[in-house]
Design a protein around this ligand. Structure first.
Ligand SMILES: [Zn+2]
Length: 216
């Protein structure tokens, strides 16, 4: 089973991706992680990526595609991938379709977490980062409690990029860019829209229901 997960920044996509990975033993594919990993390992591709990033230009769809070729042809991950934050445009989506088929796999479903702007703002503004261990909490949704976090509360800070204007910009950019992708997957009957305003556990229950329905 291969899954694509969409959701605007602040919709709790990361948390749900982690839940799905654990519950279904999938491997998470995040282009950001893949890019950083190539750079760290100083592969030829990594050097190319680094020079692109250093110049401040966006990494091309071709480079992203090369990364996906590696992942999709790796038997370790055969049919157990969850794509988080990818594809980002129609070109990438079509490349992914091609690669998936070429490697005798398929996209099993596309999950889209839907939230309105106000909820996203509330969620993101409540976000706290622990500067000691790197964990992220949320005043409103996922508070730092003794059971889940042992660091002193003095290490918790609001993330510096979490201000309202940036959040709104990001949210709107996401909608504009993602809409054509959702249409693309809707036409293939793969799209499941999920109410992302519900609580984390409730959302995950719905995701599990959707996935159970696929395997039936
Ligand atoms: Zn901590």
């Amino acid at each position: 089973m291969n899954i694509i997960l969409f959701g605007p920044p602040g919709a709790g996509k990361g948390t749900q991706a982690d839940n799905i990975v654990k519950r279904f033993n999938l491997h998470k594919v995040s282009t950001g992680d893949l890019l950083r990993d190539e750079i760290k390992r100083s592969t030829n591709l990594g050097l190319e990526i680094k020079s692109t990033v250093d110049k401040g230009t966006l990494v091309s769809d071709e480079i992203i595609n090369d990364l996906m070729i590696k992942i999709l042809s790796d038997r370790k991950f055969y049919n157990r991938l969850i794509f988080d934050g990818y594809p980002r445009n129609l070109n990438q989506a079509k490349n992914l379709d091609f690669l998936v088929k070429k490697n005798n796999q398929k996209i099993s479903c596309v999950l889209s977490l839907n939230v309105d702007k106000e909820s996203v703002i509330k969620r993101v503004l409540g976000r706290l980062l622990c500067t000691k261990c790197g964990l992220i909490f949320n005043k409103n949704f996922k508070p730092s409690i003794k059971e889940s976090h042992s660091c002193d509360p003095k290490f918790l800070v609001k993330r510096s990029d979490d201000n309202e204007k940036i959040i709104i910009d990001r949210f709107e950019t996401y909608l504009k860019k993602t809409l054509p992708l959702l249409e693309f997957y809707k036409e293939q009957n793969l799209l499941h829209q999920i109410d992302g305003k519900a609580g984390i556990d409730h959302i995950f229950e719905e995701i599990q229901r959707i996935i159970a329905g696929l395997e039936a």
